[in-house]
Design a protein around this ligand. Structure first.
Ligand code: HSE
Length: 438
């Protein structure tokens, strides 16, 4: 059919296979809604003979994604390979240089090369759509690029990694180990090819970098984001959090401050009963706070083949409906050339409450000494408890949990250094920030 939107898909893993199935099974509905058929014409993947559960025989096979990207028989290059550099980077550039629109789920690529690729797309009058790159199936990019145009964003935050949220939820609900939960997340197709990107927070960081750019009109600046993953979170932390009225979530937060943009990714204690605390399993949630609208939260499946393919299909539909020669909207919400440098506000200025878990030598005066070190930094304590539980009494160890009122990162760090110098501490202190979002 001559008026088909012809797509070439590079990367037929979990998401690619779901997209092929979606385009095949919903062909008629998509044709009606997009105004013309969406037709796969070429595919590329690492292994030609692997069974992916979807028939690929009707499509031309390409060993090289860059060749597929330039092929005369495609209008859109769909990049689902992943990876921040080549081959994805080279193939996307080849597509844009050859006049092909691009749809990508690759947040790592855009976090590193997003501004350059946006400039290239805009210079060539092409669309570079990346709904599938952030928060899986939640249509947050479209909302931020289009629906919130009249809003000035003060903060964007949320749960942006399905794998981490799944792990933390299952650890709490089923008492499973971190490793067991990660294995399940991998089997369910939520995790990145390299799951350390999920659990160390890099995946959330990539997504936050893109949301911060869209929110504040700044260049994508992944290096400006403070990063801490969930690998140091123990079942003990999760249980203590629950007892004290909190739940642990891996959050990404980017806020406009007088000193610039403060962006951070780290585990956080959120109050039980708050909307963000109720986001469980693979679900993601993004909260956008603005001057005009106030606060909105969007939630939905944040990972997995079908959820991510749903977002990519929506991007394809937008391209199918666009008119040739029509000036398309800017990739990052405003022309890439007008994005301002990202000025990083120092993390140490972060203010809020803190959860601190210390394992100390159990002897008289230890608790009082810790309280004194906190008082020296003018840290007000909401509670201080010595928890029973999985304590190695033979070594006379005691776990102590402190919840502080609002204070600064600097004060907490100075106080913990002083506690360490005093000598009662066994191992490292666990420090988790308390966040109230929305
Ligand atoms: N590995 C990612 C996640 C997939 O778990 O959220 C979506 O980017």
């Amino acid at each position: 059919m001559s008026n088909s939107l012809r797509i070439g898909i590079a990367g037929v893993g979990t998401v690619g296979a779901s997209l092929v199935r979606l385009v095949q099974e919903k062909h008629e509905m998509l044709t009606q809604r997009c105004g013309r058929p969406i037709t796969v014409t070429g595919v590329n993947a690492r292994s030609k003979n692997k069974d992916r559960g979807v028939p690929l025989d009707d499509y031309k096979w390409f060993d090289d994604p860059a060749e597929l990207a330039k092929d005369d028989n495609i209008d859109v290059f769909v990049e689902l390979m992943g990876g921040e550099d080549d081959p994805a980077y080279g193939a996307v550039k080849a597509a844009l240089n050859a006049g092909k629109h691009v749809v990508t789920a690759n947040k790592a690529l855009l976090a590193k090369h997003g501004v350059e690729l946006a400039e290239l797309a805009e210079a060539n009058g092409l669309l570079l759509n990346f709904e599938a790159a952030v928060a899986g199936g939640i249509p947050i990019i479209k909302v931020m690029r289009e629906s919130l145009t009249a809003n000035t964003v003060s903060r964007v935050s949320g749960i942006m990694n399905g794998t981490c949220n799944y792990i933390l939820t299952r650890m709490e609900e089923d008492g499973l180990t971190f490793e067991e939960c990660l294995k399940d997340a991998q089997e369910l197709g939520f995790a990145e090819a390299d799951p350390t990107f999920d659990i160390e927070g890099n995946d959330t960081l990539h997504k936050l970098a893109l949301l911060a750019s869209l929110s504040f009109g700044t260049k994508v600046a992944q290096d400006a984001i403070y990063l801490e993953g969930i690998t140091k979170i123990t079942l003990e932390d999760i249980e203590a959090a629950k007892d004290l009225g909190f739940r642990i979530k891996l959050l990404g937060i980017a806020a406009r401050t007088p000193d610039g943009v403060e962006s951070r990714v780290h585990p956080a204690m959120v109050p039980l009963g708050s909307p963000i605390a109720e986001i469980g399993g693979v679900t993601n949630a993004v909260i956008v706070e603005t001057d005009t609208l106030g606060s909105i939260m969007m939630s939905g499946p944040g990972a997995g083949g079908d959820a991510t393919a749903s977002a990519a299909a929506g991007d394809l539909c937008d391209i199918a409906k666009s008119k040739p020669g029509h000036q398309h909207g800017p990739v990052l919400g405003q022309p890439a050339a007008t994005l301002i440098p990202h000025e990083r506000a120092p993390m140490r200025s972060h203010a809020g409450g803190y959860f601190i878990r210390l394992t100390v030598i159990d002897k008289p005066g230890t608790m009082a000494a810790i309280a004194t070190r906190m008082a020296e930094q003018e840290i007000s304590l909401e509670s201080i408890v010595q928890r029973r539980g999985k304590v190695d009494t033979s070594n006379e160890q005691a776990p102590i949990i402190l919840i502080t009122h609002e204070t600064t990162e600097q004060a907490i760090k100075t106080a913990l250094e002083a506690v360490k110098a005093d000598g009662p501490l066994i191992g490292d202190a666990q420090m988790i920030r308390i966040e109230k979002l929305g």
